[in-house]
Every structure is written in structure tokens, then in C-alpha cells.
Design a protein around this ligand. Structure first.
Ligand code: PEP
Ligand code: MN
Length: 349
């Protein structure tokens, strides 16, 4: 249910509606739009009586949300959600680029990558400190040491940090270091983890499960929103199919369809979606053309030596070249990607 307040409703009237929703045992989620406030009512709604709410001062009308993902739905929140992060506005006209290695492997590897992606114009640095690996014998990440290295890179290069959190117990620790918490594809339906990130005020990058539908992705986002954390980004990272020449099948359909169904920013990850570096630039360009709000791209200074996901990692020079192409694609679809000005090459007298 959505209680749509009149454009001139007062804070006291909105407060009374919120209190009344709480009285009947439901959860109110006020959404303060540019023109008006709406109060989404979720949870225990059996005692919700539309007529009595309709009569409250300041209420214009009551509408019903047909989608099962009530708070994630565009029906409840027609405006795009924009997640501000110190100068970066995720979900705005400006495309946001997240780049970095799959795993933090060492201080020198991460700092070298951070330097390169910053120079190329990336806004956010990625790197896994806790890695969900298919084999228990594969590199599992540097753990806390990896988080410390990420924090150092943030200090030096002024990049925001996104890193994966794998279990609810680790959320407070990872949230201490990371600007954005990543929920990996394998954990998209780890409901304990979704509850835990719903309770912290850190933006969340929620990756689509490799065998999950868009609706399941949106329902997982709903868990986080219902917990009170409204800063959620949806990430399309490819789904499993019968195709063998790529690691996953990039569901480009998901980009425009998720944008239509939901107000949450949509980020595309062409690295995991393809599994091969030579396909990443084309799919990155396609994602921006399709309306993605941002990209997540794996970059490694020496992909052949990477401890994880080397075959899909771009070398820094390929990434820098791609950023120039993405700027042009962004502009062609009425978006922007502001790149740093190149260093002056010296003046010839
Ligand atoms: C990753 O981002 O490195 C990762 C493990 O991604 P996914 O959860 O999409 O497989
Ligand atoms: Mn990876």
C-alpha cells in the first residue's frame, strides 16, 4: 500500500500517518519526493483500513502496489534513487565506474591498480578481501589485511572502496573499512546476510545470483530496503546458460527491464558476465548504451599472474582506452562520464 500525501501536507500530518501505521502493526517507509511525500506500508497490513487512512488530514489517496517487491518498485518511488557518496552520485546522469582487481593480492598490486584506474577516471576501487571461491583450495583472500590495504589505497588515491562481505558476522568489520558493501552472486539469497546489511547505513551493491530471476533479485533488494537501508544498487553480472564460450551469459535485457521495474541504480559487470577480457569492452559499451547507471570492471596490472579471475581482467592500458570509448557512448545516450584531464606533456618553447 502507498499513502500518497498532498503536496502541501505538513510534517505533523505525515508524522500522524506514520504513527497510525505503526499502531496497526505495519511498517511505514516514508519516501520524500521532490513534489510530495508518500508513505509505503509494508509488513503486517491485515489491519490496514484504507478508508480511515484516506480520511486523515494531509492524505490525498491510497494506492496499491501490484509488484511483490513493494519498496524496490517504481510504483512506490517513481523518481530514480540517487546514492550520494562524497562527490559521486550513483544513479544520476553521470555514469559511475567501479574498477580494480578481483582480489586484493598484495599492497603493491592493489596500489598499482588503484593508481592506474584513478588516472583513467574510475570513481570507485573494487577488490575482494574475502573471496567466495568454488574450490576451498583456491586463494580465499587476504581477509582483514586486505581491508587495511583497501583503506590505504582510499587514503592515497581518494577513491571509494567496494568489497564483498560474505557473512552476517563480518558486516560490522567490513562496514568499518568499505564505502560500499558487495553481496556476491552466490549470496544473493543469503537472507541472514541481507538482514544484516539492511541494518547498517552503508550502500550495498547486490549482485544477481547466477541462477536467479530479475524478480528474485528485486525480492532480495526488498529485504535490505525493508530493514531500513535504502541505498541499494542492483548488479547484473551474467547468468548461467548452456553457452560454453563465455563464463556466463550477460543478460543485457536486465538493464532496461530492471530500470523500468525499480528506481534503484543498475550497475553492469561485464567482467563476470563474459569471463573473457576480450569481450569486456564491447559488453561494457553495450551496457551503457542500454541504460546502466554504472559499470564494475576487473583490472589487473598483470592478468596472467592474477590469483583470481585473470582471464577476464583488463590490463590498465586497455581499461584506460575503454574509458575514452565509454565517455562517447555515454554522451550518445544523453549521459555523461567526466574523465580527468590528461597531464600536460611539457611545453615546447
Ligand atoms: C567478484 O565480484 O569478484 C565476484 C566474486 O563476483 P560474483 O559474486 O558476481 O561472482
Ligand atoms: Mn572476480
Amino acid at each position: 500500500m502507498i499513502i500518497v500525501m498532498k503536496p502541501d501536507s505538513t510534517a505533523a500530518e505525515i508524522g500522524a500517518v506514520i504513527a497510525r501505521v505503526q499502531e496497526i502493526g505495519a511498517s511505514p517507509h516514508p519516501i520524500y519526493g521532490a513534489e510530495r511525500t508518500v508513505v509505503a506500508v509494508v509488513g503486517e497490513t491485515r489491519k490496514f483500513d484504507p478508508v480511515s487512512f484516506r480520511q486523515m488530514p494531509g492524505v490525498e489517496r491510497i494506492t496499491f502496489i501490484s509488484a511483490p517487491f513493494k519498496l524496490a518498485s517504481r510504483e512506490s518511488h517513481p523518481d530514480d534513487t540517487i546514492i550520494p557518496l562524497n562527490g559521486v552520485r550513483i544513479g544520476s546522469r553521470e555514469i559511475v565506474v567501479i574498477a580494480g582487481p578481483c582480489s586484493v593480492e598484495s599492497r603493491s598490486q592493489l596500489l598499482e591498480t588503484a593508481h592506474a584506474v584513478k588516472e583513467a577516471g574510475a570513481h570507485i576501487l573494487r577488490g575482494g578481501a574475502f573471496k567466495p571461491r568454488s574450490s576451498p583450495y583456491s586463494f580465499q583472500g587476504l581477509g582483514l589485511k586486505g581491508l587495511e590495504i583497501l583503506a590505504e589505497a582510499r587514503e592515497i588515491y581518494g577513491l571509494h572502496i567496494v568489497t564483498e562481505v560474505m557473512n552476517p558476522q563480518a558486516v560490522p568489520m567490513v562496514a568499518e573499512y568499505a564505502d560500499i558493501l558487495q553481496i556476491g552472486a552466490r549470496n544473493m539469497q543469503n537472507y541472514g546476510l541481507l538482514h544484516a546489511v539492511g541494518r547498517v547505513q552503508r550502500p550495498v551493491l547486490l549482485k544477481r545470483g547466477m541462477m536467479s530471476s530479475m524478480e528474485e533479485l528485486l525480492m532480495s533488494a526488498e529485504y535490505i530496503l525493508a530493514g531500513g537501508n535504502y541505498k541499494v544498487m542492483l548488479c547484473e553480472r551474467g547468468i548461467r546458460s548452456f553457452e560454453k564460450y563465455t563464463r556466463n551469459t550477460f543478460d543485457l535485457n536486465a538493464v532496461p527491464v530492471l530500470k523500468q521495474l525499480s528506481h534503484l541504480p543498475v550497475i553492469a559487470d561485464p567482467s563476470h558476465a563474459t569471463g573473457r577480457w576480450d569481450a569486456v569492452p564491447a559488453m561494457a559499451r553495450a551496457a551503457i548504451a542500454a541504460g546502466a547507471d554504472g559499470l564494475m570492471i576487473e583490472v589487473h596490472p598483470h592478468p596472467s599472474q592474477a590469483l583470481s579471475d585473470g582471464p577476464q581482467s583488463l590490463k590498465p592500458e586497455v581499461f584506460a582506452d575503454l574509458m575514452q570509448q565509454l565517455k562517447r557512448v555515454a554522451e550518445a545516450v544523453d549521459r555523461t562520464l567526466t574523465l580527468p584531464k590528461p597531464e600536460p606533456q611539457g611545453v615546447v618553447a
